[in-house]
Design a protein around this ligand. Sequence first.
Ligand SMILES: [Zn+2]
Length: 288
Amino acid sequence: MTTLATAPSPRAADTDRVLVVGIDGVRLDLLPSLGTPHLDGVARAGFLAPVEVDAATPTMSGPCWTTIATGVGVAKHGVWGNRLDGNRLDVFPDFTTRLAADCGRRTFAVGGWEPLFLARQGGPLFTAPTRLGYVAPGADTPEGWEEVDDLVTAEAEHLLGLDEELHAGFVYLGAVDETAHFLGCGPEYRRAVEAADRRLGRLLAAARARPGRWTVVVVTDHGHRDEGGHGGRSPEERTAWIAACGPGLSPGTVRPVLHHADVAAHVYTALGVVPDPHWTLDGAAFTV
Ligand SMILES: [Zn+2]
C-alpha cells in the first residue's frame, strides 16, 4: 500500500532550486594546490568541509553515491559495492525520484556511469527523475571520460536552459576518478580535477541564468591512493568532502561534522520539503 505521508512542505519560497554536482574521486588534500576557481567560489560563498566515509561504508563509488543521493547509509540502502544488486532503493529512493514522485517537484539526473542511470549492474540509482540523461563513454579511458563529462555538462546545460520548471538536479562527472585509476594522482589527475572545475563553472552559469534562489552542492564520494585506487581505509581514500552555497549557508551556520547522507537531507530542506519521519533519513540539513 502506498502512503502519501509526505509532509506538506512549508514552502519557504517557490523559487528555491538545488543543483548537486558529483565529482568522483577528488582528493581533498590536493585541492589547495590546484586551480579550481569555481569550486573555490562555492566554498567562499558557503563552505567546503571534509567528510569521512564512515567505517561501515566501503570507500567505493556505489555505496558512497547511494548514501549521498538517498540520505541513508549502507545498512538501509543495501549497496555495498559498484554493483547495486540487492539494493533497497524502492524503500529509500534517491532525492530526484522522491521529489518527483512524492513532493510535486520536477527533477533531473545526468551522467555517464551506468549503474547510476541505467538498469545495469543492479542500477539505476537515479530511478525516476522527471528527466534522465545518460551519455555512454566511447571508451573506458581517461580521454573517453573527458568526452563523456563534456557531453554530460552540455546535456545539463541544455536541461537548465529549457523553458520548464526544474527544481533539483544531479550531475555526475567521472573523468577524475577514471584518470586516477589509470594514471595515479599525478599531473594528469590534477589536470582532470581542473577540467572538472571548468565544467562546474559551466553548470553554475547555466543554473544562475535561470530565475530562482539556488543552492549548489558539490560533493565527492571518496579519495584515492597516490598510485590510484580506493576501497581501503587510508586517510587519502576515506576522506571525501562537501562544498555548498545558497540560502542560509555560511561557515558559521554549518554543523561542525558533516556526512554524505546530509546531502539528500539538505536538498529536501533547501526546497522547503520536510522529510517524513517514515523516510528514516540518516542525514540532516547542513545547518545547525
Ligand atoms: Zn568513485
